[in-house]
Design a protein around this ligand. Structure first.
Ligand code: NDP
Ligand code: ZN
Length: 176
């Protein structure tokens, strides 16, 4: 049953991220982010494919917790594993290189991975507009928008609703 799968996925992600906080001053629980990304896909973009919503819920588990791809495949299947793998940065690379690869590789991702990446960027940019993370200045926020814009250029042609909402945020910062 879809509802059950979705709740098992939220439960798994919540346990994995239980000790993590977002970078905002209030230290919002990290799990708010993957739940919010899945919610954007469902409510705002009208996506109802279970594997895409599950991948959204799990998208930062391997990158930011001890979770392995094998564990995700075993619990949620090959399709979910594959989308999560596509949106996971290689943490063995230096940060600058990881950022560069997101820009370069964006156009080669599958539609499912592009959807998760678009919603992830939309959530993070809204979060930056809501409040500036601890230790960040205006310039770092500007740089983040600029980099996110470059990634989103490579994700275009996937979902017009998400893309126009992102475009509004970029235009407000004179990007694009
Ligand atoms: P980080 O990757 O360090 O931080 C952004 C990431 O943090 C997001 O992608 C998001 O990832 C996560 N995140 C957690 N909490 C929040 C929140 N409240 N709002 C938004 N995102 C949150 O930043 P970058 O390395 O991308 O830095 C941005 C730019 O600044 C880069 O272009 C870089 O060149 C520059 N930079 C500047 C530095 C400086 O000191 N001036 C130092 C380093 C970079 P997730 O979806 O995975 O949660
Ligand atoms: Zn994310």
């Amino acid at each position: 049953m879809n509802v059950q799968s979705l709740l098992s996925t939220v439960d798994f992600a919540a346990k994995k991220h239980k000790n993590q906080r977002r970078k905002d001053v209030e230290g919002t629980p990290y799990i708010n982010h993957p739940i919010g990304v899945a919610e954007i896909l469902s409510r705002e973009a009208g996506i109802s494919e279970l594997v895409v919503l599950q991948a959204a819920l799990l998208h930062d588990t391997v990158e930011d917790t001890e979770t392995t791809f094998e564990e995700i495949e075993q619990k949620f299947g090959k399709a979910v594993r594959s989308i999560v793998a596509e949106v996971t940065d290689d943490k063995s690379l230096p940060k600058k290189e990881r950022k560069r690869l997101q820009v370069v590789n964006a156009p080669n991702k599958t539609r499912e991975a592009k959807l998760v990446k678009l919603a992830d960027k939309l959530y993070n940019l809204r979060d930056l507009n809501r409040c500036t993370p601890k230790g960040w200045g205006d310039q770092r926020v500007e740089e983040y928008f600029k980099w996110a814009h470059e990634v989103v250029v490579g994700l275009r042609g996937t979902n017009s609703i998400l893309e126009s909402k992102l475009d509004e945020l970029f235009q407000a910062r004179n990007l694009g």
